[in-house]
Write a protein that binds this ligand. Structure first.
Ligand SMILES: O=c1[nH]c(=O)c2[nH]c(=O)[nH]c2[nH]1
Length: 301
């Protein structure tokens, strides 16, 4: 034998669903894309074609849909993810670890111009950004009390500020062509994730549902407010400022990670044209790639 199986996990990716909760004409909705990955005594399915240990990924997809129908927590992504993960551990004795990631897509109630009230069952997508949540439930150490890890986040938030950003004092050597600037465009697509200091008790986790919602709102507000209101001396400094505030204001957050591309907008040289005096470089070329990519994590001390 010259090789062995070192990791084995499997499941269903991209399970899409819309759940409607009806209360007469007043509806709440949640649209999710869900990923489930399972681990456990499944190695023989890889090494010996033993399918008897496989919960089919089709059944995993069905389970997600059934849990969405029956869940007490379906509007709340952290709790919904935890509920799905627990289901697989509690249902199949040979499954000892479940990772569930849910992406919640934005739907916001329409406020008709003829009314002061938001509409009961009409919604609009008011942004491509998504809220994310993941639950990792692990019974490999103790099958009686599996450990619970909850993470959450925010992604695909496209931002741009047309001033209020500089970049100077960086290393200038024989490889450098970039000019220092005290005024530039700063554009990024926010990808933020944070670890929640979750209780190791399931009902205590579910009891924190509204705290998880408040944190998600707080993370979004801090990200947008910091970007808009603070002068940026670099993407690195702005990232640190955002992450520090999240850990400072939200006691349940232990660690926050941002991945921030620096989407370059390059001033177009119009000097070939007869320039009027004082004409500034206000036409820029949006570039897709390459972009900078600035990553960083901040943890509670
Ligand atoms: O904020 C920035 N950080 C960098 O590391 C960097 N590098 C670069 O070319 N432009 C920028 N901007």
């Amino acid at each position: 034998m010259t090789s062995k199986l070192t990791t084995a996990k499997y499941g269903k990716d991209g399970v899409k669903l819309l759940r409607i909760l009806r209360n007469g004409d007043w509806h709440d909705i949640a649209e999710y894309t869900v990923t489930v990955l399972l681990q456990g005594d499944i190695h023989t399915s890889y090494t010996s074609s033993d399918n008897s240990v496989i919960v089919s990924t089709d059944s995993i997809k069905n389970t997600i849909n059934i849990l969405a129908q029956n869940s007490q927590h379906v509007l709340q992504p952290e709790c919904f993810a935890l509920e799905i993960a627990l289901h697989f551990l509690n249902t199949y004795a040979h499954i000892n670890k479940a990772e569930v990631c849910v992406v919640k897509h934005r739907w916001t109630r329409i406020c008709p111009s003829s009314s002061v009230q938001p509409h009961g069952h009409s919604f609009r997508r008011d942004g491509d950004d998504k809220r994310t949540a993941s639950a990792l439930v692990d019974a490999t150490v103790s099958s009686d009390t599996p450990s619970i890890e909850l993470k959450a986040g925010l992604k695909d938030v496209l931002l741009l500020k047309s001033t209020g950003s500089s970049f100077a004092n960086f290393i200038i050597d024989s490889f450098t062509t970039l000019k220092e600037t005290d005024d530039r465009v700063f554009s990024t697509v926010v990808d933020c994730s944070y670890t929640l200091n979750a209780p190791q008790n399931v009902s205590e986790c579910f009891a924190l549902a509204s705290a998880f919602d408040e944190i998600a709102q707080g993370v979004r507000d801090i990200t947008l407010d910091t970007f808009a209101l603070e002068f940026s001396e670099s993407v690195q400094a702005t990232l640190f400022s955002m992450a520090q505030k999240i850990v400072e204001y939200h006691q349940l957050v232990d660690n926050v990670n941002y991945n921030l591309p620096n989407k370059h907008y390059i001033p177009i040289d119009l000097s070939f044209y007869q320039m009027s005096v004082g004409m500034t470089n206000d036409v820029l070329l949006p570039t897709e790639l390459p972009s900078g990519l600035i990553c960083g994590s901040v943890s509670r001390l």
